[in-house]
Write a protein that binds this ligand. Structure first.
Ligand code: HEC
Ligand code: HEC
Length: 219
């Protein structure tokens, strides 16, 4: 199932140079997201922290994440029909406490319009990253207990890309089941990404389980 070293090297270079990634602004936005990350998570496996997880936020109704305790102020605006799109996000991020008077988000805001645009581009791009959420893997497939040692052996094919940072998501320490679901989603074509579809096309269920066991157990 292994890809040749030459193909891997070419793919890794392409991925790192951004040729396979979204536009550059989203990349800048990802770096700017540092300012949000103390309170918000985004991407596969994101959970609510002091702020709600932001997966799929662009195009979503405000205050619509189940189980998160929003301020009365934001819930009221949501009842009036507030939906997050690039315009409303821009206004909110410029001045959170002016746009939603009484918000629980204690964040001063972002003065530079370009910074806000880059952040919003990142929030949009991150949506496609989470495309697999909701993809169904049969319980018996999810229950396969992977052999972490075999996974470590197979992982040589992954670390060419997944240890280089940049646009490539970190998979070490990711939730085991999430890794299984994401890999099956790429293999089935339910999650779009040329390289990952190519990589997973060669993996069997046992191999996916082994890789998830290995990466899931890392720090
Ligand atoms: C100090 C913590 C904190 C920081 C920093 C922070 N937020 Fe928030 N954010 C919150 C909280 C708390 C809420 C819920 C607000 C409410 O209920 O009024 C929220 C709400 C939001 C919402 C609305 C979510 C929804 O479901 O309606 C968006 C969008 C958002 N934040 C984006 C950002 C972005 C982008 C950044 C970085 C530029 C950021 N936040 C920085 C705490 C934070
Ligand atoms: C040539 C580079 C490359 C190789 C090789 C590669 N990946 Fe990926 N991988 C990526 C990129 C880029 C993404 C982000 C794709 C996207 O946005 O959907 C990704 C996404 C993922 C995700 C989803 C992460 C998330 O946050 O949702 C998992 C899991 C993953 N890869 C596991 C693996 C495993 C396991 C291997 C080895 C069998 C592997 N990858 C090999 C580049 C690579």
């Amino acid at each position: 199932m292994r890809l040749s070293p030459a193909i891997l090297a070419a793919l890794a270079t392409a991925a790192a140079s951004g040729a396979l990634a979204a536009e550059g602004d989203a990349k800048r936005g990802e770096a700017l997201f540092e300012r949000c990350a103390a309170c918000h998570q985004i991407g596969a496996g994101a959970a609510d922290r002091s702020g709600p997880a932001l997966n799929g936020i662009v195009g979503k109704a405000a205050a619509a994440t189940d189980g998160f305790r929003y301020s009365t102020a934001l819930r009221r605006l949501a009842e009036e029909g507030l939906v997050w799109n690039s315009e409303t996000l821009d206004a909110f991020l410029a001045d959170p406490r002016g746009y939603v008077r009484g918000t629980r988000m204690s964040f001063r805001g972002i003065t530079e319009a370009q910074d806000r645009a880059d952040l919003i581009a990142f929030l949009m791009a991150a949506d496609t990253r989470d495309a697999a959420s909701g993809f169904d893997v049969a319980p018996e497939t999810l229950a396969i207990r992977g052999d972490a040692a075999y996974g470590e052996y197979l992982a040589g094919e992954c670390t060419a890309c997944h240890s280089s940072g940049g646009d490539i998501p970190r998979i070490s320490g990711m939730d085991r089941d999430t890794i299984v679901v994401e890999l099956h989603a790429y293999r089935a074509g339910a999650r779009e990404h040329q390289v990952m579809q190519l990589v997973t096309a060669r993996l069997g269920d046992e191999e996916i389980a082994a890789l998830a066991a290995y990466f899931g157990a890392l720090e």
